[in-house]
Design a protein around this ligand. Structure first.
Ligand SMILES: [Zn+2]
Ligand SMILES: [Zn+2]
Length: 115
């Protein structure tokens, strides 16, 4: 599959030539603040399948040691979550909302969901 997407202002775009394998909702307080919502929403693809353009518009905020939250410096859209884990070396976690067409029927993984 091929998926495309972009940030609110359009300066940053993403193209995925492959599958989106996972959808993650995280309810931690940092994701809540960063997203202005009660949870963040990320898609996961293999790093090698993802191409991002407009990188000069991407700013990063290190929200915990080694955890980079990347966003468009012009419109503020979330772009990527990246940490120092082995998982992050091989995978690309992108903001679900960037996608123009959403993949269907993906396994949903939820972190820190309130009981
Ligand atoms: Zn933007
Ligand atoms: Zn979180």
């Amino acid at each position: 599959m091929t998926y495309t997407g972009h940030c609110l202002c359009g300066q940053v775009s993403i193209e995925i030539n492959g599958d989106v394998t996972q959808r993650i909702h995280c309810y931690c307080s940092m994701c809540q603040r960063a997203h202005g919502s009660d949870h963040s929403e990320w898609g996961i693809s293999l790093q090698k399948d993802v191409a991002v353009t407009g990188g000069e518009y991407i700013a990063s905020y290190e929200s915990s040691p080694g955890v980079m939250r990347r966003f468009c410096r012009q419109c503020g859209s979330n772009i990527q979550f990246h940490d120092a884990s082995e998982f992050s070396k091989a995978h690309f976690a992108f903001a679900w909302a960037l996608l123009t067409e959403k993949p269907e029927a993906l396994p949903l993984v939820e972190y820190f969901k309130p009981a």
